[in-house]
Design a protein around this ligand. Sequence first.
Ligand SMILES: [Zn+2]
Ligand SMILES: [Zn+2]
Ligand SMILES: [Zn+2]
Length: 261
Amino acid sequence: MEAVILGSGSSAGTPVIGCRCPVCRSEDPRNHRTRASIWVRGVDGESLLVDTSTDMRHQALREGIDRVDGVFLTHTHADHINGIDDMRAFNGLQEQVIPMYGRPATLEEARQRFHYCFGDPPPPERGWYIPVLEARPLTESLQWGSVTVTPVPVEHGRWPIYGYRFNGLAYLTDVKRIPEEGLALLEGLEVLILDCLRYREHPTHLRVDEAVALAERIGAKRTVFTHFTHDIDFEQLAGELPEGMEPAYDGLRIPISGARA
Ligand SMILES: [Zn+2]
Ligand SMILES: [Zn+2]
Ligand SMILES: [Zn+2]
């Protein structure tokens, strides 16, 4: 199995429009960040997307994604869902309705905001000119081919949202706190991908020091931090993190061994 970091940026992306700070002017491609999302590829070719970020079209072109079996939505903040309209490309390629999974309340909000994406398939002569997603509320693990997907409840400030575990990998973006029932689902992780917004306090995201402390508590073999603002310089953060922890960058590919736990 493999996870690909499609985007490692926060809601504004890096560079930020109009900003002249050193990170925004950096020539290090690892400081060029699209909006947060990952692509999970199972050993049998399963193709699962977490979120449809604002930059989803660009990310799919960059990584050569030409099929999406299912989308797992973390929450409905604009940076995580506003690329949803481009799902129609996959509907057209696959000639299929595509399932979108998530917390029941999250899917309900997605349906309200993007009602046209959850309708009936168009008549064949019109083609797939709009996305056609089937909302599938998720409250417990499901098996997708070789991949066991478990929703992990986390707190994004005052919002209860989902992170997801895929076999030995967990992707927890937009987190301030993980309740005990969420932590219980994170035992024995090979790879943890965790929110790490910036150095300064933020009410709904982990700071760098909080993210490191939480990662130490979870104890995955490898931890990759993501969802960075332009406060974070890749090289600087990479040099500061403890052994086994590293910053993500767009396009980073993370192998996960065949364990199907
Ligand atoms: Zn900047
Ligand atoms: Zn958010
Ligand atoms: Zn976000």
